[in-house]
Design a binder for this molecule. Sequence first.
Ligand code: HGY
Ligand code: MN
Ligand code: MN
Length: 409
Amino acid sequence: MKEDRLWRRIMELGSIGAHEDSGGVTRLSFTEEERQAKNLVIQYMKEAGLAVREDVIGSVIGRKEGKNPLAPVVLTGSHIDTVPHGGKFDGALGVLAAIEALQHMNEQGIETDHPIEVMAFTDEEGSRFGLGMLGSRALAGTLTLEQLTQTDEQGLTIVEAMRRAGYEPGKLREAAGNPAKVKGYVELHIEQGTVLERNNLSVGIVSGIAGPLWLQFTLTGQAGHAGATPMNARRDPLACASEIMSFIYQETRKVPNAVATVGKIRALPGGVNVIPEQVEFTLDLRDIDESVRNQLEGKVRAYAEQVSREQVIQLEISLLQRVAPAPCSSEIINAAESACQQAGLSPFTLVSGAGHDGMQFTDFCPMGMIFVRSREGISHSPLEWSTPEDCQAGTEVLYHTLFQLAQAR
Ligand code: HGY
Ligand code: MN
Ligand code: MN
């Protein structure tokens, strides 16, 4: 396979939505930047000899026909939307590596029994609307119109944003796949952690994916003068929120594999000398064990309700998204392990702390993932980096995995 072509495409796609100052990349769902990125990926898919289509909510699909077009399709790919000021590899590598693998097959005249499709799923990150993995949920048939009423910070709903981007969310059901016609899904992705680097490995195979739970806390107290209001005469929602956040971090640190992040916080009206009237913050809580995550969630909710009651603060906790942890399929893990050996690499399995589109397929089709080493485990940052050699090694393993899965047994 052509390492330089893959690398050139990673850099070229990474230039869309790039920020001069931070060096990060921002391509939020249903924006002009994401549209430009989709157009470039469509161009690459056509160069690879794939039949290209877009589904009714914006996922881009490139298809390599199989000797038996009616055989269940092998799915691969990832996403090309990003977090604000994200990196060039998160999602993009999985789409571009899959295109490279199929382009290589076509250039070598290699045919497979089953058709193979590369997905560039729309809105995996959920950065704009707080609900992620839209494209994969739609394919799995689990996305509902009601979920598409979630809004961005300007109050625009997902439905409206889809329509403005030229899609037809009302025809959502058309984006759903038929599990009987899907053989499996395998995604290449950067690890976004430090396990491969600490074990000095280029590539790893994912055993399971930790499940993200996203909550939004809204606390309402009473605005007031910062100078004239005694501390014991306040109903300050930020003081209350800070106690809830400290509790979240303190309790999560006690649980071995759990992680908690308060990634967004807003104080209104937002004046230096104004006691806030309202505070909003988000919580991203994860663990590979759903019962452990649920216990932590229960503790946090109970404490938040107690401390807001004591401080006469109105509390609202709304669910943004709840994704169950997802085990990977042994069939795909086995295929990836033998693919590693074909690529001259020793198989190594690890858990994914980050969430991925594949989580949506646990009740839909066999699902697996292959990881590529991340430098210092950094991701969702302009410093996100993987080497050309590691990207190439991951692509080789993906190629052999796809070839195996797409051969009739
Ligand atoms: O949030 C995640 O784990 C992924 O990057 N969407
Ligand atoms: Mn991400
Ligand atoms: Mn990702």
